[in-house]
Write a protein that binds this ligand. Structure first.
Ligand code: ZN
Length: 284
């Protein structure tokens, strides 16, 4: 956890500090090492929030986009008295969960039911506590994403999920909106996903770009005389992180942030170089 109560005040971990957990009330110890972000740990492992996952720099950088008072909000079910800590909860009741590791579908359902209004920000470039990437999902995403939009305003793109993980399969079961953060400075909202969709081979990764907003733009399965294959087909809408944060703060739906004029940004794969002055830098 980022915050524990010290003399009744929400306080960040500092060396040798002791506190109490705002969720279960048991004692916490400040963990202030060199490799993992400074955090609070329960002195004894007990029944606190079973949904809690170890915090990474990625979690922290996301929480930092929101006011301190909205971070790590203890949420209590008035009927069952069940308690959990929401990563971020806005004053209008929207819970934003930042998820680094995969979660079981049952837990996903439980969390959605418990919180009600929820959106997920998923680390598509899942990292360990040392901050290092643990999967190739980010590369697979960029390899599988077509640069031809399936919708032009706002822009949306088809993605053939070729990753070995079930990243798209698993998250397509969420009822709340799911935004993937692949570390390229843009959020990608997963708008739909069809596993094992049958498409003609020659069209399978060239979804037509002539469309406009109307009509089915995906190749159809029943084109006679064409060889077919099955692909895992997703559709993603790119969203500026600032827009996501702004809309979430106001409790509004997040519109797609990019239109036809921005198409050149997505013509080539975004290659993430790094961050300069807090802004993501790309080589496109
Ligand atoms: Zn606790």
């Amino acid at each position: 956890m980022r915050y524990a109560l010290v003399d009744g005040t929400r306080t960040e971990a500092r060396p040798r500090l002791r506190g109490t957990c705002p969720c279960c009330g048991s004692q916490t110890i400040a963990k202030c090492g060199n490799h993992v972000v400074w955090h609070w740990a329960h002195r004894r492992r007990g029944d606190c929030d079973s949904w809690w996952e170890s915090e990474t720099k990625w979690h922290r950088s996301w929480k930092d986009r929101f006011p301190i008072a909205w971070q790590e909000v203890v949420h209590r079910d008035p009927v069952t008295a069940e308690k959990h800590i929401a990563d971020v909860k806005t004053p209008n009741g929207l819970v934003i969960e930042m998820q680094n590791s995969p979660i079981h579908p049952d837990e996903m359902r439980s969390r959605e039911k418990f919180y009600g209004k929820i959106v997920w920000v998923v680390n598509g470039d899942r990292c360990g506590s040392d901050g290092r990437s643990q999967t190739l999902d980010r590369s697979y995403f960029h390899m599988g994403r077509s640069s031809r939009p399936t919708r032009r305003n706002p822009l949306a793109f088809p993605v053939e999920w070729i990753g070995k993980s079930k990243l798209f399969h698993n998250w397509s079961n969420a009822t709340g909106d799911v935004y993937f953060d692949f570390g390229d400075g843009i959020l990608w909202r997963l708008d739909s996903f069809e596993p094992d969709k049958t498409v003609p081979i020659e069209d399978s990764n060239t979804v037509k770009s002539d469309g406009g907003a109307q009509g089915e733009l995906f190749p159809t399965a029943d084109t006679p005389g064409k060889k077919q294959r099955k692909i895992n087909l997703g559709v993603v809408t790119p969203i500026r992180i600032d827009d996501f944060v702004k809309c979430s703060k106001k409790g509004r739906p997040v519109p797609g942030g990019f239109g036809p004029a921005d198409l050149s940004i997505f013509g080539k794969e975004l290659v993430y170089i790094g961050t300069v002055g807090g802004r993501a830098v790309h080589d496109t």
